[in-house]
Design a protein around this ligand. Structure first.
Ligand SMILES: C[S@@+](CC[C@H](N)C(=O)[O-])C[C@H]1O[C@@H](n2cnc3c(N)ncnc32)[C@H](O)[C@@H]1O
Length: 350
């Protein structure tokens, strides 16, 4: 477990802040003036749905928060801005580059603590930090960050050639190239179908197995070309390899299992009245989040008439509003917010 504690206090003013798209224009990390650093400027990430996230978490000056997907700290900067001297923000990210950026950006702020770790273990981290059951808010902003997508060396994107890696944590055993080399055709097809909702999963899997016999598939460019040739039709405005890249990334990083684990643990570590905000970027994630929150809020579908009602435990969550999407103004400056869906729930009193 890697762990970095920061230095001295900085008392941030607590005042309403319109975190509009205009306030954090594309290409700059959002945050209070002066918070940008050369490192965050080099690879920036514009936080998604900033106003809605802040409205959901309603950070109080002395609150304790967990940003479980630090990225480049766009949302963290907003939370820190609202916290007073007694507030605390804990942050996790699987990616060591994100953690390094966090140390660099907020390393002088003793209210901030960042660690390299998975949100699949957030309960363990909260126990380690002594905030188990005391959190006033948790944010899960799922998926990949702009710096991960934009750096060809990370292998997440089909738009630039690079090694076919896709690991959020490069110390993890198996890269996307390793997995594509070892997995059987049926397994590849299953992953493409389940995690990419890819209609042509079988064709692509067959093409991968044929091509890798000639030469291992080690670059994003070659994998994208193989998929493009195998897919007979085109979805408007979408690269033919979009679904395949999403599927392999989810597989390599175990993303859906990690999400399930994080959701279950989040309910335990929140204080009564604490809020959980989750931003999903595709329907597989959002369906899981929706189902989990609905069930934990006691909104499970009723059995057919005549059947006995199952004995249900007291609901642990209360849903806050409906699913939200980025507004037109945000989409103008941040097209990556297009598929974002935010869901929010609150921990009920025991
Ligand atoms: C969309 S970005 C978050 C951006 C961030 N909210 C910001 O404003 O800068 C998602 C981040 O989650 C991280 N991540 C993905 N899976 C993770 C996991 N299981 N545990 C912790 N972090 C994870 C990624 O490495 C990435 O940095």
């Amino acid at each position: 477990m890697q762990f970095f504690q920061t230095g001295y206090a900085r008392d941030a003013p607590s005042r309403p802040m319109p975190w509009t798209a205009a306030a954090c224009p594309s290409g700059r990390a959002a945050g209070p003036p002066g918070s940008e650093t050369p490192l965050t400027q080099a690879f920036t990430h514009q936080p998604v749905m900033p106003n809605q996230v802040m409205a959901a978490l309603q950070p109080g000056a002395a609150g304790v928060y967990l940003d479980a997907t630090f990225g480049r700290g766009g949302h963290s900067a907003m939370l820190l801005h609202e916290l007073g001297a007694d507030g605390r923000l804990y942050a996790l990210d699987l990616d060591p580059a994100a953690v390094e950026a966090g140390r660099h950006r907020f390393g002088g702020d003793r209210r901030f603590t960042v660690a390299q770790g998975s949100f699949a273990e957030l309960a363990r981290w909260c126990r380690h930090w002594g905030v188990d059951g005391r959190l006033d808010g948790i944010l899960l902003d799922l998926g990949v960050s702009s710096p991960q997508l934009d750096d060809p060396a990370r292998g997440f994107s089909f738009s630039q050639d690079g090694p076919l890696d896709m690991r959020m944590d490069p110390a993890r055993d198996e890269s996307a190239a390793d997995w594509l080399e070892r997995a059987g055709e049926t397994e590849i097809a299953r992953v493409l179908r389940e995690y990419g909702e890819e209609r042509f999963a079988r064709r692509i899997a067959r093409a991968v197995v044929t091509e890798r016999k000639l030469e291992p598939i080690t670059t994003t460019g070659r994998f994208a070309a193989i998929v493009s040739r195998a897919v007979p039709t085109r979805e408007p405005g979408k690269h033919p390899a979009t679904r395949a890249f999403q599927a392999i990334r989810i597989q390599v990083n175990g993303e859906l299992d990690a999400l399930d684990a994080a959701l279950a643990q989040a309910v335990d570590v929140l204080a009564p009245g604490g809020r959980l905000a989750v931003i999903s970027f595709h329907s597989l994630e959002d369906r899981r989040v929706k189902r989990f929150l609905r069930d934990a809020a006691g909104r499970a579908p009723r059995p057919a008439r005549g059947l006995p009602l199952p004995e249900e435990p007291e609901p642990r969550l209360r849903l806050i509003g409906k699913a939200q999407r980025a507004d037109a103004r945000e989409l103008e400056s941040n097209p990556r917010a297009r598929s974002a869906v935010l869901r929010v729930a609150e921990r009920r009193s025991a």
